[in-house]
Design a binder for this molecule. Structure first.
Ligand code: NAD
Ligand code: GLY
Length: 387
């Protein structure tokens, strides 16, 4: 990523005088900007105003983020002459449910949501996915803006328009593609994020290096610890770099017909682990992705696709920063091979009855495959759960 520092911004990106960067997601009529910077919340009202069209906005947040950041957003909206209401949901993955969606929808209609009302999702991936899905479906679709406040949401979930909720059969199985009109990623909001949640988001940062960007992975090996410890310039640089990567992929393949599936590195394993422990504090989504990436690289090495040293190197970095890389690191979990394989089979990445995996030939050389034999997978999982 030192490369990113030295390279002139690509078309559609610019570094403003305040050091904020703009990344364009090019999707024709659904194109939008991602603004990445420190202290953007103070100007959020002015940034959002053009999308509010003179009407009141509805901010959706969770209790934790609401307590920490809603006053600042409300003050900024009010300073820009934008009136609004807030709906505050309980925090946590359980809020990505039908029950919570129903509660949110009831509140939106009590407030008087209209076709031209703008929703603002202020929070992590849970609020972004839930409020985004509400925006996609209320009155058959209203506009929304993402103000992501976790590292995971800033580098991944707020960008690209995937919205949705979890159901008993699996994670994110009910949802819609609905692009936001604007994303404001204020890295200062990450100062209040607990270290465990920050680390979980860092797994998604590493994912970009592991997929197709070896120089970025090497940059993370050098700078990851300082970034995690709070260096704001490094955080801004990493978030902007990941947003550029995601914007490029989404612009090529908005609806995941092909290359976008690479962003699911670690997710076939990760979603199965998350489902098995019941979506909650025992295993955060980013932690599941970290274990899932480690398993994807180990499986790649086991199948002779990737040098074992490459898998070891990826896992060493995840270990070094304090992320879990093995299923037995999930507290209290008692995973079973059959259960995990059944859960993988319920994932939406299954195509013609075959599981889709993102495997790798090395760090930065990931690829999509449906060619993992059932017996090889079973033997690998048995070994992974025994270690
Ligand atoms: P989250 O939204 O649950 O946030 C984690 C915790 O941090 C919550 O308790 C929240 O209240 C708290 N929090 C958020 N911002 C904070 C802040 N600035 N200071 C203090 N506390 C703060 O979880 P997440 O990790 O952001 O997102 C995970 C979700 O994102 C999962 O449901 C996952 O499926 C989804 N996701 C979606 C996509 C997508 O493309 N739509 C991509 C990746 C992940
Ligand atoms: N997080 C995976 C995607 O947006 O496609």
């Amino acid at each position: 990523m030192s490369e990113a520092r030295e390279t002139a911004p690509a078309p559609g990106e610019d570094a403003g005088a305040d050091g904020a960067q703009t990344v364009r997601v090019d999707l024709g009529a659904r194109s939008y900007d991602i603004r990445v910077g420190a202290g953007l919340m103070a100007g959020a009202g002015a940034a959002v105003k053009p999308f509010a069209g003179g009407r009141r906005v509805i901010v959706v947040s969770d209790e934790t983020v609401g307590d920490l950041h809603l006053d600042m957003l409300a003050a900024s909206l009010s300073a820009a002459g934008v009136g609004g209401e807030a709906v505050v949901m309980p925090p946590g993955e359980e809020t990505k449910s039908f029950r919570a969606l129903e509660g949110l929808m009831d509140r939106l209609f009590e407030i008087g949501v209209e076709r031209r009302t703008l929703l603002i999702a202020l929070g992590g991936g849970v609020i972004g996915d839930l409020a985004g899905f509400a925006a996609a479906t209320a009155l058959r679709g209203v506009d929304f803006v993402q103000i992501p406040t976790t590292l995971l949401a800033q580098v991944d979930s707020s960008v690209g328009g995937k919205t949705g909720i979890n159901v008993a059969a699996g994670k994110n199985l009910v949802g819609a593609f609905h692009q936001p009109r604007l994303v404001l990623a204020d890295v200062e909001t990450l100062d209040t994020l607990p270290r465990r949640d920050f680390l979980a988001g860092y797994a998604e940062v590493v994912k970009y290096g592991a997929i197709d960007d070896r120089p970025f992975f090497e940059w993370l090996e050098t700078n990851g610890a300082a970034l995690i410890d709070g260096d704001q310039d490094l955080r801004r640089e990493a978030v902007a770099h990941c947003c550029r990567a995601k914007a490029r992929i989404v612009a090529q393949d908005e609806r995941e017909g092909g290359v976008r599936a690479l962003l699911n590195l670690g997710h076939t394993f990760g979603h199965a682990l998350e489902g098995a422990v019941g979506y909650g504090d025992a295993l955060l989504h980013g932690e599941a992705v970290a274990i899932g990436m480690a398993l994807a690289f180990r499986l790649s090495a086991r199948l002779g696709l990737c040098p074992a040293a490459q898998a070891d190197r990826l896992i060493a970095h995840l270990d070094a920063v304090g992320l879990p890389t093995r299923p037995d690191q999930v507290p209290g979990a008692d995973f079973e091979v059959d259960d995990l394989i059944r859960r993988m089979g319920a994932d939406k990445k299954v195509k013609d009855g075959k599981l889709t995996f993102i495997l790798a030939r090395g760090i930065g050389e990931s690829f999509i495959t449906q060619e993992v034999e059932a017996d090889a997978l079973r033997a690998f999982m048995a070994e992974a759960l025994a270690s």
